[in-house]
Write a protein that binds this ligand. Structure first.
Ligand SMILES: C[S@@+](CC[C@H](N)C(=O)[O-])C[C@H]1O[C@@H](n2cnc3c(N)ncnc32)[C@H](O)[C@@H]1O
Length: 203
């Protein structure tokens, strides 16, 4: 999938995204996200902001730069960003082609992002470029499974899911490693499908 196809797909999803995401899933995972994001320190890059549902879980007073490839998703995030009690700037930007200089950020946070980025290893390598050496990557992601029958179900449903939104059978832990990060902690939240991944950019 090209980057412009990705933008079109997420622009099309923007209208209904909050309706689908804001209630069950978002309420269920909010405590986990709050804990993960509570470690925000220094200059933080957040990829990808989407409609800004995660903003309510950001700790107050942080210095956050948020990006997303979809202008329509970000337009929905604007009012949420305006109410954030800290510094939060939003930019329409593709993670594969970020305009930030090397080593701009102390931390990168993601939330259901690398199910959706078209070239996950390339996108993660781009995050390594903008992170300071020793900088932290903290991710809340859903992935494929190694447990039968969940792996079979996710593989079966993936062709439909990816047309409307995310891929649901990726091995994001392996992708983080392949991009050259050192993994420090993987915590399964629901089966081995919803997880947090913490990693460090090599010094
Ligand atoms: C499943 S949504 C998650 C949004 C938000 N983090 C949340 O959990 O509510 C995936 C997001 O990734 C964004 N995205 C996909 N490919 C991207 C890319 N190459 N660069 C930046 N953002 C991208 C989409 O526009 C979409 O907003």
């Amino acid at each position: 999938m090209t980057n412009s196809e990705t933008r079109r797909k997420w622009d099309a999803a923007a209208g209904l995204f909050d309706l689908v995401g804001a209630f069950g899933a978002e309420r269920r995972w909010t405590p986990v996200k709050r804990r993960l994001f509570s470690g925000m320190e220094g200059r933080v890059l957040f990829v990808a902001v989407g409609t800004g549902l995660d903003i309510a879980s950001f700790p107050p007073g942080s210095d956050i730069t948020g990006i997303d490839i979809s202008p329509k998703m970000l337009a929905k995030a604007e009012p949420r960003a305006a109410n954030y009690p800290g510094t939060l700037s939003l930019h329409v930007m593709d993670v594969h082609e970020m305009s930030f200089p090397d080593a701009s950020f102390d931390q990168v946070h993601t939330s259901c992002t690398f199910c959706s980025v078209p070239d996950p290893v390339g996108g993660l390598q781009a995050l390594r470029r903008v992170l300071k050496p020793g900088g932290r990557l903290r991710m809340f992601e859903h992935t494929g499974s190694r447990i039968f029958p969940f792996n079979a179900m996710l593989n079966l449903m993936n062709p439909i899911a990816r047309r409307l939104g995310p891929e649901i059978n990726r091995d994001t832990v392996a992708n983080v490693r392949a991009a050259g990060f050192e993994i420090t902690c993987v915590t399964n939240i629901f089966l081995d499908v919803v997880k947090t991944i913490e990693a460090t950019a090599p010094a």
